[in-house]
Design a protein. Structure first.
Length: 608
């Protein structure tokens, strides 16, 4: 991409002092020439017919209207398509309006909003000696001279924008100045904040109690909930670099907004206050919780972790623990045979059932779905969790506190004296917890727990390596359910296509040549898969939500014999697959054939 740079040594003067001059449309011959050239670019891209473009230009001239307005409103050209044409015409990037963009009020200190509105440009970000400008005509010499006078001694980096994009930014600035929602009046924050150096603010600066900072923190949480984020990452930097706010949605992080560096310390302190943490302690990590009301009876809980980072800063990670209804097993997209097997195992009177996978793969959600299936008045159910992320009526749920010695193992020993039928342990972190769980299973209790392992079969090896007794574990093991979450294709825009023979062969090979008959799909001319495309509903990513893939190892007699003899992982896997077990990769390929996800997404989480 071509970036136009303008460097000026002139003394800075406020733009209000510039002699009054009409906007760039004062030169009608240049405007018509530019618009005709732009229409040629639009025609080359096939957005409209040539006759329609000529009619649009004639209407713009006759009615003295902006050509942009006519193309967008009357001819229904999309903002993105018109922006791409502008980008190609002016040879610089297109930047549409983004509500996450917060413009530093320092950049607007000496600028009249009416002037910016009439001349269709606005400064959006300054990074060191580089200033980013949005403008609807980067080649306008007169406006370039104005910008040089307003910001001397810096490198100007232009991005082209539609006039209505710039108007939306100006409206957002106006809302903030009047106490709007985000970040609500940043422009009125004390000027001393701009003097912050090396992350230290002087007395009299803004603080965590400022109403603007309170509203900004609340807005970040509300936006994360609205977008379905699982985590929020607050990342302050040194050297006057903007603080990044990143969301994790469907397992992928992206930058949601940038906050001017002057506000990084108050925002961090505000979140620590909300979590009841010590704001004076910046040298060691802290953990806490935030209970936040979003209004209209919507309450959410956030787990908060702070981590000291370079330059005397602190990162904060917020994990959203929403109080949603527990998902029933039937809605968790198990294959029919796995669903039936999980229900049967959950209804056993005693034994050990494990749900395994990496962090954030849905283990706890699945165990609560299993508990919901067996949660009846006849059963006494205890759970020990850290933290309690999901609440469910009928369960007696306990929060463990390892710092005071109340560990998972200690909680389980207490449960065994409290007449349980079913026990759920948040995680088997050590040999003591695993041994206690196995002992509870042997004494007539159904025990459910989670473990961080890569596959169902590797769980067996992991527990034996911990030092668990192979015979006791083999006798108690009912099943091990391994899980992963893949990105789900957006149902609004997923695109069917006919894959090549090479793609089919790759799918079939990874499914396993010995089990190709289970795949139930032969290559032919009408064979169809789906791929991502992108639309407004999925934020142009092509994916919306996630789908689970599963692998269930059942503790059959052959498997129990192999565990007792401490057989190799490969031997246990081969036996389980001969008995009908479908691996994570195979289940993922089945869902690729169903059009739920793509093979690339399955490989990203299930391929070793």
């Amino acid at each position: 991409m071509f970036t136009q740079n303008i460097v000026s040594r002139a003394k800075r003067e406020p733009l209000q002092a510039v002699p009054p001059r009409k906007p760039h449309s004062a030169n009608p011959s240049r405007k018509i020439e530019v618009e005709r050239s732009l229409l040629d670019c639009i025609a080359d891209r096939g957005l409209l017919k040539r006759s329609e473009l000529d009619a649009a230009l004639e209407e713009a001239l006759a009615c003295q209207m902006d050509l942009e307005e006519i193309l967008l409103d009357k001819y229904a050209v999309s903002n993105v398509a018109l922006g791409a044409a502008l980008s190609a015409f002016y040879q610089c990037p297109y930047a549409g309006y983004d509500e996450r963009t917060i413009i530093d009020p320092e950049l607007l200190r000496n600028l009249s909003l009416d002037y910016l509105r009439g001349n269709a440009w606005i400064p959006v970000k300054r990074n060191g000696s580089v200033l980013d400008i949005l403008i609807n005509d980067p080649h306008d010499v007169e406006r370039g001279a104005d910008i040089r006078r307003a910001f001397p001694g810096v490198t100007i980096r232009f991005s082209v924008a539609l006039r209505r994009d710039i108007e939306l930014h100006l409206q957002a600035v106006t809302r903030r100045a009047r106490g709007g929602s985000i970040p609500a009046n940043l422009g009125k924050l004390p000027e001393e904040a701009s003097a912050e150096q090396y992350g230290k603010a002087h007395s009299g600066d803004i603080n965590e109690h400022d109403s603007d900072i309170v509203r900004l923190a609340n807005r970040i949480i509300a936006e994360a909930y609205r977008r379905g984020a699982s985590d929020v990452h607050i990342e302050p930097y040194s050297d006057r670099k903007d603080m990044a706010v990143r969301f994790r949605v469907d397992g992928t992080c992206f930058t949601h907004m940038k906050i001017p560096a002057a506000y990084r310390r108050p925002v961090v302190s505000r979140l620590k206050i909300m979590a009841d943490l010590d704001i004076a302690e910046r040298r060691k990590p802290q953990d806490g919780k935030i209970r936040h009301n979003l209004g209209r009876g919507c309450d959410i809980e956030l787990r908060v972790a702070t981590v000291p980072t370079a330059g005397g800063n602190e990162d904060i990670v917020l994990r959203l623990l929403t109080t949603k209804e527990i998902m029933p097993l039937e809605e968790m997209e198990f294959s029919s045979d796995v669903l039936q097997a999980v229900k049967e195992l959950a209804e056993r009177p005693y034994g050990l059932f494990l749900c395994v996978g990496p962090t954030g793969s849905g283990k706890t959600t699945t165990l609560h779905a299993v508990l919901k299936h067996i949660n009846t008045d006849e059963r006494k159910i205890w759970t020990a969790e850290d933290p309690i992320e999901i609440t469910q009526d009928g369960l007696r749920q306990v929060q463990v506190h390892p710092k005071i010695g109340f560990t998972f193992a200690a909680a389980m020993r207490a449960f065994l004296r409290a007449d349980p039928d079913i026990i759920m342990i948040g995680e088997m972190r050590d040999k003591e917890t695993a041994d206690t769980a196995i002992e509870a299973s042997l004494t007539g209790h159904l025990v459910l727990s989670t473990l961080h392992t890569n596959s169902a079969v590797e769980t067996v090896t992991r527990l034996l390596d911990m030092g668990c007794d192979a015979f006791n574990f083999a006798d108690t093991m009912l099943g091990v359910l391994a899980m992963r979450l893949c990105k789900r294709l957006c149902p609004h825009c997923r695109e069917p296509y006919h894959p090549t023979r090479q793609e089919y062969d790759e799918l079939a090979q990874d499914y396993g040549t010995s089990y190709r008959d289970r795949l139930g799909a032969l290559y032919h001319d009408d064979w169809t898969l789906y791929r991502e495309k992108g639309c407004d509903a999925c934020n142009r990513s092509g994916f919306k939500g996630r789908v689970a893939i599963h692998e269930l190892l059942i503790g059959s007699e052959p498997i129990q014999s192999l565990i007792q003899s401490r057989a190799r992982t490969a031997e246990i896997l081969n036996t389980a697959m001969r008995d009908g077990m479908v691996t994570l990769l195979q289940n993922g390929i089945q869902k690729v054939l169903q059009g739920v996800t793509t093979y690339r997404q399955v490989r990203a989480v299930a391929k070793k």
